[in-house]
Design a binder for this molecule. Structure first.
Ligand code: GDP
Ligand code: MG
Length: 291
């Protein structure tokens, strides 16, 4: 399903017979267009140029393969499994600005863990928009998992508290907390999610096992800015990159990992509950140039 992640990069190789400066320059530009940071794009192409000059790469096909291998190598350290709490319930706090795919990701995670035989509890702590809890309820019904919600405008910390308590009482394995993501009151949002973090820590005796930031792969460098803000407030444990289906700018995945050093735990590949995968550097690199 990951296709055309680097369409522009793939196009650079079309009709090329030799490795020359023209090809290498176009490659650098295409990587930057695909949201690979300029610094990294330059470094990657310089390494490839060096290998070509030393006769280690002789055809454009070999160059493409070498690039693919380098991408896999760069991303490999950022593969990491989801953490399981040392005591029940495991708690995942799902963060991110509006529209990135938090609620959809939560539905996918709920589905995945239910399939593994776990009892899952969703917590509708995005109380800012009436539609948010409704949307989560629809998913909870569809997937067949429990949900705790309160009225619109309720204190997200209180909803989180209820959710964790209910999960403890019912013996749930996993609690997944949905959060609001409005950006225009950034300071309040951060204060709010920090408070939710503290509520979870108080009830569990440890911080939320995963503090996952959801990022939309199609928004480019903004994703990096968002990640910095959230990481400062919440000491993130990992990232979820959504909408990798149908983006030609997947270079942001490289940029984010290199700049932030945070693992990518999951990738979103569509709108259905089955469209979630554990991040694999190898697979990502293999699909980079797929048509
Ligand atoms: N193509 C695609 N769309 C997605 C993906 N994840 C979420 N969406 C869509 O993005 C929109 C916003 O998702 P939502 O979960 O409501 O975002 P939230 O505001 O962060 O909770 C919805 O239309 C989703 O169907 C994905 O991986 N791929
Ligand atoms: Mg939502």
């Amino acid at each position: 399903m990951l296709k055309g992640l680097f369409k522009r990069v793939a196009a650079v190789f079309t009709g090329r017979a030799v490795i020359d400066d023209d090809l290498l320059d176009d490659l650098e530009a295409a990587l930057i267009q695909a949201d690979v940071s300029a610094g990294l794009a330059v470094r990657l192409v310089e390494e490839l140029r060096d290998q070509a000059e030393r006769g280690k790469l002789t055809t454009p096909d070999q160059l493409r393969q070498a690039l693919q291998d380098k991408v896999a190598e760069l991303l490999q350290p950022f593969e990491a499994p989801l953490v399981k709490g040392k005591e029940r319930p495991t708690v995942f706090l799902i963060l991110g600005v509006n529209g990135v795919g938090k609620t959809t990701t939560i539905a996918k995670l709920a589905y995945r863990h239910k399939q593994m035989g776990q009892k899952v509890m969703l917590v509708a702590a995005d109380t800012f928009r009436a539609a948010a809890a409704e949307q989560l309820k629809v998913w909870a019904d569809r997937v067949g998992v429990d949900i705790v919600a309160q009225k619109i405008g309720a204190d997200p910390g209180a909803v989180t508290f209820d959710g964790v308590k209910a999960a403890q009482a019912r013996g749930s394995n996993l609690v997944i907390v949905d959060t609001a993501g409005r950006l225009h009151t950034k300071v309040n949002l951060m204060a709010e999610v920090e408070k939710m973090g503290r509520v979870i820590e108080r009830e569990l005796g440890r911080p939320a096992d995963e503090r996952l930031l959801v990022l939309d792969a199609t928004i480019g460098q903004n994703a990096l800015l968002q990640a910095r803000v959230f990481h400062e407030s919440l000491d993130l444990t990992g990232l979820v990159i959504t909408k990798l289906d149908g983006t030609a700018k997947a270079g942001i995945v490289l940029t984010i990992t290199q700049e932030l050093g945070l693992p990518i735990k999951l990738v979103g590949l569509g709108e259905k509950m089955t469209d979630l995968e554990v991040f694999s550097a190898q697979r990502f690199a293999e699909q980079m140039f797929a048509e």
